[in-house]
Design a protein around this ligand. Structure first.
Ligand SMILES: [Zn+2]
Length: 236
């Protein structure tokens, strides 16, 4: 018996139902748009859940919060169409603001129970050099924020967790075939990037996708840390 046979690293390419929890409107697509598009093409159903309202990233500060929120959603739907996202949800916690960790956790549990994903995608909460507090959220199975959901849906066991924005990947997904879709999706996020900022992001993604694919037989990759859910406990 080995740890690997006890807690096998789940096969992300077999995923059929993905809940992708992102701090901000654009994180899933920026970090994992390539692999998510590919999984969708393989028949997976994809749900996005955005935790914050992302209002701090909006470039045009003359917009009211309502108008800004509308534009962010417009960008998000345009990008989601390219990736093939089935459903979008929003928790609306204040971007870069004060919120209660346990409240977020209860809301996440509610969505995990309702959507019953086999995989949860999210930002690596242990990213060594992460400066953004909203990217540091945890997740386990306890009580959700909605008793009606808890009584209607049993506690849901996910098969695996996939962290993006990770410095410790255990797989590099080949995204060569979906790179163009990813870029097109990322470029939908106009509300939060100046054209210069978008050029820089695209250049960064371009370089990074090639860098992580070095030593493989493909051109572009996305790094992921995929784990058995129980590997998130007691140092497995
Ligand atoms: Zn973000």
């Amino acid at each position: 018996m080995t740890i690997e046979t006890l807690l096998p690293t789940p096969d992300i390419f077999s995923a059929k139902r993905l809940l992708c929890v992102q701090p901000h409107y654009d994180d899933n697509d920026i970090a994992a748009g390539g692999i998510l598009t590919q999984l969708r093409q393989n028949g997976a159903e994809i749900f996005y859940l955005t935790v914050t309202n992302d209002l701090m990233g909006v470039i045009d500060d003359t917009l009211s919060p309502e108008a800004a929120a509308e534009r962010l959603k417009r960008d998000q739907f345009a990008a989601g169409k390219i990736v093939g996202v089935s459903q979008q949800g929003w928790l609306g916690y204040p971007d870069a603001g004060e919120y209660d960790y346990f409240a977020v956790r209860r809301d996440l549990l509610k969505y995990i129970r309702m959507i019953q994903p086999d995989f949860v995608f999210t930002a690596d909460p242990w990213l060594t050099y992460e400066g953004h507090r909203d990217h540091i959220a945890g997740m386990t199975r306890i009580a959700s924020s909605d008793p009606t959901v808890d009584s209607a849906y049993p506690g849901h066991e996910i098969q695996g967790v996939a962290f993006y924005y990770t410095r410790e990947p255990n797989i590099i997904a080949d995204i060569s075939s979906t790179w163009d879709d990813k870029l097109t999706a990322v470029q939908c996020y106009q509300t939060q990037f100046t054209s210069e900022g978008m050029d820089d992001l695209v250049m960064g993604l371009d370089l990074k996708s090639r860098q992580v694919a070095m030593g493989t037989d493909f051109e572009r990759g996305e790094p992921l840390k995929t784990l058995h859910p129980s590997a998130l406990h007691c140092g497995f």
